[in-house]
Design a protein around this ligand. Structure first.
Ligand code: GRF
Length: 204
């Protein structure tokens, strides 16, 4: 499969996907990395790995991409023959127009056990709620934010003295393991979507 990764920031999940394509856990190739932020460290990480990487102007402030920006992202993914899009710390809302261009073919990783703690600062939300278990979710992207069929989750304990930073770091370790594992299940054709739910067959 050809992967396209969209990232706005430091790109540690991108790194994890790059590592998995390098060591044989994934047979896909990352064909392009795109960002809405011109100086995103993720772009540098991609270029250092020899992957084409570009910023695309989001076209307007706020969470949503402008229509023209959506079209530019979709066009860039098409030019690189991407068939699975991985959002990895992409801080823009991918709306209906984007989703329609890649139906059931866009994944996102979110640092909470969805459907709990959607939106911004999920680790802080988890601490404030006093939950004892936290984690991360990879889900298929639908126009509603942090909704969409859940493909994989991983849990971590919440410790008594946790801060947002310590909890985030513990979750991040699991993110880096989970995202390549979920992409692998797509490579293998083990994911079936039905009535808003994802069914994942075990590895053969
Ligand atoms: C991760 O916690 C991811 O789950 C969230 O944003 C963060 C991105 O981190 N969506 P990185 O850029 O992959 O290091």
């Amino acid at each position: 499969m050809n992967l396209g990764v969209l990232a706005s920031g430091r790109g540690s999940n991108l790194d994890a996907l790059i590592a998995a394509t390098g060591d044989g856990r994934l047979s896909s190739r990352i064909r392009v990395v795109l960002s809405d932020v011109a100086d995103a460290p993720a772009l540098e990480k991609a270029r250092a790995a020899g992957i084409p990487a570009f910023a695309i102007d989001p076209g307007r402030p706020g969470a949503r991409l402008a229509r023209s920006a959506t079209d530019a992202f979709v066009a860039a993914l098409g030019e690189h023959e991407v068939d699975l899009v991985c959002l990895a710390g992409f801080m823009r809302i991918v709306g209906k127009r984007f989703v329609t261009a890649y139906p059931d073919r866009i994944l996102n990783i979110h640092p909470s056990l969805l459907p709990s703690f959607r939106g911004l600062h999920p680790q802080r939300q988890a601490l404030e709620a006093g939950v004892k278990v936290a984690g991360c979710t990879v889900h298929v992207v639908v126009p509603e934010v942090d909704a969409g069929p859940i493909v994989g989750q991983a849990t971590v304990p919440v410790l008594e003295n946790d801060t947002v930073d310590t909890l985030s770091a513990r979750i991040l370790v699991e993110e880096h393991r989970l995202y390549p594992e979920v992409v692998r299940s797509f490579e293998d054709g083990r994911v079936t979507l039905n009535a808003g739910r994802a069914h994942v067959a075990p590895p053969r």
